[in-house]
Design a protein around this ligand. Structure first.
Ligand code: ADP
Ligand code: MG
Length: 430
């Protein structure tokens, strides 16, 4: 009997490629539901892996659901997967429609829309920053005047990702511009402008994420990941390191909140990525949850450090088979992202690490001669490299030393508003 087909909702990007490779290596036919524009961008290798694809319009999820379900039935699909944050809700509905393992479609919206997430967290008693949904400037002023917000506070889009449109606001003067920036950050498949914006109390502390797999409602935490995040108004993730060993009482508190968040977002079959901030006194606030494996190389870090084949595990969970989640290695892995200190034209790059022993992955994405931006979102990162080893301190030191060696030159370039930014020659270390 032939194996069930595997359907990916959007197969663009590194993680999706690894997942498609793992599924084909196991003998599954892999199909992708995608947009016409995204399919154009698929490389020959990915196109060669796919047994078929369906072009649909994710901006019309009702119609996309019907089209994809019909296609999936024709192709004998027995597992639906996505690593695209914006498609996790559609994936949950599709799984139910096809009768394959997936998340609860009744709650899947809460893992995507941060207003629904805040409500679901409040209803489930998940410790999360106090959040107010505002629709206009009057509501924004009222929210900022409320006793439970204060400054700094965080203004963010309802349906964003990758830190885009998120601003840490230090006083009333910056709030209206931050709300405008959040409103302009429409989700990837948004069909129109959304006047809603979230105002959130600021959670001070150290930022971590927890990478978990849930099967039949039982959750296994694979790792806690420490984040390096830029300070100031724009919080871009510049590094991840795992596995982090928290003090047992803190770890227990973090896992308790993460498990409550997983339940609140209806995650019952699949990976999740929960971002938390732990305060100096060990209290954990859940910032957000995604019903997907973490991006930013975290899947690869888990594989290198712990020897868990996350792609095979994702596939097993989606097929309803027991996934192998026990570590077979006890190392440590970190990724560092290179960012530009200024907006301008990138004229040179020196010292970017090469792949080699203890550096299993490097990727440079920015074109020499192209425009680069002062980081305002994860999408503005220029390149990344992964460092692995057996000792956490040694890996951290080596990763930071490699990052300090990277030198880029950024020349002034006219911005959209006509202003000129100064040139700079800088090390990129945060
Ligand atoms: N309430 C908060 N308190 C402190 N920092 C926050 C808060 N909300 C967001 N941040 C910071 O902004 C970043 C992006 O916000 P997040 O809600 O995770 O949006 P996104 O979905 O775009 O990743 C976080 O990683 C964190 O550094
Ligand atoms: Mg986030």
């Amino acid at each position: 009997m032939s194996l069930p087909g595997v359907l990916m909702l959007d197969a663009a990007g590194l993680e999706a490629g690894l997942l498609a490779t793992a599924a084909t290596a196991r003998g599954h036919q892999v199909h992708a539901a995608t947009t016409a524009a995204a399919y154009e961008g698929y490389g020959p290798e990915l196109k060669g892996l796919l047994a078929g694809h369906l072009v649909t319009d994710f901006a019309r999820p009702g119609r996309a659901l019907d089209e994809i379900a019909a296609y999936a039935r024709r192709c004998g699909v027995g597992a639906v997967l996505t690593v695209n944050e914006y498609l996790t809700e559609l994936a949950a509905h599709l799984c139910t429609e096809l009768g394959v393992p997936g998340n609860d479609p009744g709650w899947a919206h809460a893992a995507r829309d941060k207003a629904a997430m805040a409500e679901a967290f409040a209803a489930a008693g998940v410790r999360a920053p106090y959040t107010v949904l505002v629709r206009d400037d009057a509501e924004l002023r009222a929210a900022l005047a409320g006793p439970r917000v204060g400054f700094p506070c965080v203004i963010k889009p309802v349906a964003g990702a990758g830190s885009a449109g998120v601003t840490v606001v230090s006083g009333p003067a910056g709030a209206a511009a931050a709300a405008d920036a959040a409103r302009k950050t429409a989700g990837m498949y948004a069909s129109g402008a959304d006047p809603r914006v979230l105002v959130q109390a600021y959670a001070a502390g150290t930022e971590y994420s927890v990478e978990s797999f849930t099967q039949d409602g039982a959750t296994t935490h694979l790792a806690v990941t420490r984040k390096q995040v830029t300070g100031g108004a724009k919080r871009v993730e510049t590094g991840h390191s795992l596995p982090v060993c928290l003090p047992p009482a803190v770890e227990a508190a973090v896992y308790r909140e993460v498990e409550a968040a997983i339940r609140a977002a209806g995650i019952r079959h699949g990976a999740s990525h929960t971002e938390v901030i732990v305060s100096g006194d060990g209290r954990c606030a859940v910032i957000e949850i995604g019903a997907r494996l973490a991006a930013g190389q975290i899947g690869a870090l888990i594989q290198h450090a712990l020897g868990i084949d996350v792609w095979a595990a994702l596939l097993d969970v989606a097929l309803g088979r027991p996934a192998a989640l026990t570590p077979s290695a006890h190392g440590y892995a970190a990724v560092r992202f290179v960012t530009s200190p200024h907006t301008g034209r990138l004229t040179s790059l020196y010292g970017f690490p090469r792949r080699g022993p203890g550096v299993p992955f490097v990727r440079w994405r920015a074109a020499i001669g192209g425009l680069v931006r002062e980081p305002g979102a994860n999408g503005h990162r220029l390149g990344s490299f992964v460092v692995t080893g057996l000792d956490a301190d040694e890996v951290e030191e080596r990763a930071d030393a490699l990052l300090r060696r990277v030198r880029i030159r950024v020349e002034p370039a006219l911005e959209n508003n006509g202003q000129v930014r100064p040139a700079s020659t800088s090390a990129i270390a945060p």
